[in-house]
Design a protein around this ligand. Structure first.
Ligand code: ZN
Ligand code: ZN
Length: 413
């Protein structure tokens, strides 16, 4: 099965598409699902595709794969490397690459669909196969929900999915509880009053205002978040002015905030707002700052009981050592929105995709060795075999863990 799907993986890899532009991918997925005899819904959340496999009465399990690629110029040198280009949301012509491995997620889910279809006599229930657009910009899952995903298909009892990561192949792992951080992005404009660089007394200098704000923001985590809690506040963009002897009118700050707990998140965001407004006032600003929120991802919580049960199912197949309990990831994921929309628990695990030889002499759960490319790197290149095979088996095994499976067929897992 995995061998047969390798050309599909390579084809997807060679033809990546940006968020909400996954037309070719969606067409390929819909065609494959139809061939498998699935009920198919296209255009769910713009470019999303959903397949449904039914086998009598029983639980409903949602399996999710994301489909989009990134504006990265591939440098892996692989024979199936991408040379694709696309138009980003700002209208720029950019290189496109599956630098986050979503092509692996799509192919593995197609393989799981086929396998679950073949094994249909051995389970009871419904499998909902969600091929989601636009994970990378945070919108896709919620857009599918808002577009009526759960009016089209049965509401799941559990949401399952996986993400390929630079961990050794054959390795599967999940964090219990908070698994991926929430992200909030804030765009802030602070207003001063511009003038001649020689006469600061007749201006309100937004550069000084912004500089003081950046420094004061460093105290939000250190002074307002408890030691046992975690958050990150990063000012990734700071822009003001055009010339050395001109005091500009305004300054812009771009913030990225990460957190694992909704209350910590709310406290940090409100502290940031308070600091920004207070620094503007301290500078005598005549206009309050503009603060706009964008690209927010909620924290992804892996339900602890469901995670334990899923991992124990995976251990039966892959062995104790290949399935790990791992710490949370500071990255973000929007798969949780699919569960939140219907009150279903989520279990989302990491799928090793890197050549194990790269990890010789390295502790698996330690920091990533410098020579192992991370997700979003132009060198990110999961080893197709056995990553795809493990990904298909993991999805199928986890799904069967939650479907009604007759005792007589237990051995087939
Ligand atoms: Zn990514
Ligand atoms: Zn990703």
């Amino acid at each position: 099965m995995a061998e047969r799907l390798l050309p599909v993986y390579q084809d997807l890899h060679r033809n990546p598409e940006l968020s909400f532009q996954e037309h070719r991918t969606a067409g390929l997925v819909a065609g494959a699902l139809r061939e498998l005899g699935c009920e198919v819904h296209e255009g769910v959340g713009r470019t999303g595709v959903v397949g449904v496999l039914r086998s009598g009465d029983g639980p409903t399990v949602l399996l999710r794969a994301d489909m989009d690629a990134l504006p990265v110029r591939e440098q892996t040198g692989l024979p199936y490397a991408s040379e694709a280009r696309g138009i980003d949301p700002d209208g720029n012509d950019v290189p496109v690459m599956h630098a986050c491995g979503h092509d692996m997620h799509v192919t593995a889910l197609l393989g799981a669909a086929e396998l679950l279809g073949e094994l249909r006599d051995t389970w009871r229930g419904t499998v909902v196969l969600v091929f989601q657009p636009a994970e990378e910009n945070g919108g896709g899952a919620q857009v599918m929900v808002d577009d009526g995903l759960f009016d089209l298909v049965p509401r799941p009892d559990i949401v399952l999915g996986q993400h390929v990561m630079p961990l050794p192949t054959g390795f599967v792992g999940a964090a219990s509880g908070p698994a991926f951080a929430a992200t909030d992005e804030l765009d802030i404009t602070m207003f001063g009053r511009g003038g001649h660089g020689s006469q600061p007394e007749s201006t309100i200098d937004p550069v000084v205002m912004a500089a003081a704000t950046v420094m004061r923001l460093q105290t939000v985590v250190s002074r307002e978040v408890a030691g046992r809690e975690t958050a990150v506040v990063t000012v990734g963009q700071l822009q003001a002015g055009t010339k050395n002897n001109v005091i500009p009118d305004e300054a812009r700050l771009g913030l990225n905030i990460r957190s694992y707990d909704r209350y910590v998140r709310d406290r940090v965001v409100s502290a940031v707002r308070r600091v920004v407004n207070a620094e503007a006032e301290a500078s005598g600003a005549e206009r309050v700052p503009e603060i706009s929120e964008r690209d927010s991802f909620p924290v992804l919580i892996n339900d602890p009981d469901c995670t334990a049960r899923t991992l124990s199912g995976l251990r039966e197949v892959f062995g104790q050592d290949a399935v790990r309990d791992i710490p949370p990831v500071m990255g973000s994921e929007d798969v949780g929105n699919l569960g939140t929309a219907v009150g279903a628990p989520v279990v989302y695990w990491l799928l090793g995709g890197a050549d194990p030889a790269l990890f010789e002499g390295v502790t698996v759960t330690g920091a990533l060795p410098a020579h192992v490319p991370s997700n979003h790197s132009p060198y990110f290149a999961p080893v197709p075999d056995p990553t795809l095979r493990v990904g298909i088996t993991a999805l199928t095994t986890a799904a069967r863990e939650w479907l009604d499976v007759a005792d007589a067929t237990e051995g087939e897992k």
